[in-house]
Write a protein that binds this ligand. Structure first.
Ligand code: SAM
Length: 226
C-alpha cells in the first residue's frame, strides 16, 4: 500500500511517519508513505499557497493551483483509489472506514490549513472527505497521522501478531476486553483467575463476555449497529 500525504507542514508529519508502527511497516516494505510539501508546487515567488477569500470573509483559503498541480503530478505516476481531504465536515473516520481503506493500493491524503481549501478542489479532485471528530483542528496533519496509523496497522503483516488487531476495540463493533500483565498479584490487586487457568476455551469465553459487558455499559450504540 502507498499513502501520499500533501501538507504545508511536512516537518509535523515526518517524525510521526518515521517512528513506531509506520516505520516498521515501511521497513518491512509493506507500506510506502510519502510526504509532499505543498509549497514545492506553488508558482508564487514567495512560496505562498493561500489567498484572501472572495466575499470578504475572515481568514485565508488554500488556492487551487498548488493543490491541483501536486495531485496531477502524483496521478500522472499511478492510479489512486481515493483522494481524501481531511475536513471537519467530512464523514466520520472510524474502524470500518480504516478497514476499508487498508485494502486499497494507493491513497492521497490532503491536509487543509487556514480556513480550508478552495471549494473547487473539493468538487473536482477530491473523492472522499473525512473528519476525525466533531472539533476543529488548526490543520489536517493530526487527522492524516491518525488515519495513516489506524489504516497501516491493519495492513496484513504489519503487526507481528495479527490476532492483536482483530481483538482491538471496534473490530466487530465491540470494545476490547481488559488486558493484564505480570505480576499476577500487585499490591493485592489480582488478575482474574480465569486468565491464569491456561484453559483456552474458558479464556476466550471470558474475553467475549467482558467485551460484551463493557460495550453494553460504555458504548451501547455499537451493539445497536451490529
Ligand atoms: N473552516 C473550516 C470549517 O469550519 O470546516 C475549518 C478549517 S480548519 C481551521 C483547517 C484545516 O484543518 C481543515 O481544512 C482540515 O484540513 C483540518 N481539520 C480541522 N479539523 C478537522 C477534523 N475534525 N477532521 C479532519 N480535519 C480537520
Amino acid at each position: 500500500m502507498r499513502i501520499d500525504i500533501i501538507t504545508v507542514l511536512p516537518e509535523l508529519l515526518e517524525g510521526f511517519v518515521n517512528n513506531s508502527i509506520l516505520q516498521r511497516a515501511q521497513k518491512k516494505q509493506l507500506v510506502e508513505i510519502h510526504i509532499h510539501n505543498l509549497r514545492d508546487y506553488t508558482k508564487d515567488k514567495h512560496r505562498r499557497v493561500d489567498d484572501y477569500p472572495f466575499g470578504g470573509f475572515a481568514g485565508m483559503v488554500m488556492q487551487c493551483q498548488p493543490i491541483d498541480d501536486c495531485i496531477t503530478a502524483l496521478k500522472a505516476q499511478r492510479h489512486y483509489d481515493e483522494i481524501i481531504f481531511t475536513t471537519p465536515d467530512g464523514a466520520q473516520f472510524d474502524q470500518p472506514m480504516a478497514n476499508e481503506l487498508s485494502l486499497l493500493q494507493n491513497i492521497i491524503i490532503l491536509c487543509g490549513h487556514y480556513k480550508g481549501i478552495d471549494y473547487r478542489i473539493r468538487e473536482h479532485l477530491i473523492t472522499r472527505e473525512v473528519s476525525i471528530g466533531d472539533y476543529v483542528l488548526t490543520g489536517g496533519e493530526i487527522a492524516a497521522a491518525a488515519m495513516a496509523d489506524a489504516i497501516v496497522r491493519l495492513v496484513p503483516g504489519v503487526l507481528s501478531d495479527e490476532q492483536s488487531a482483530l481483538s482491538d476495540s471496534f473490530q466487530d463493533n465491540l470494545l476490547a476486553a481488559p488486558v493484564y500483565t505480570r505480576p499476577a498479584d500487585y499490591k493485592g490487586w489480582r488478575v482474574p483467575d480465569v486468565l491464569l487457568s491456561g484453559h483456552e476455551a474458558k479464556i476466550k469465553e471470558w474475553e467475549l463476555q467482558q467485551s460484551l459487558e463493557r460495550t453494553r455499559k460504555l458504548r451501547p450504540d455499537l451493539l445497536e449497529a451490529k
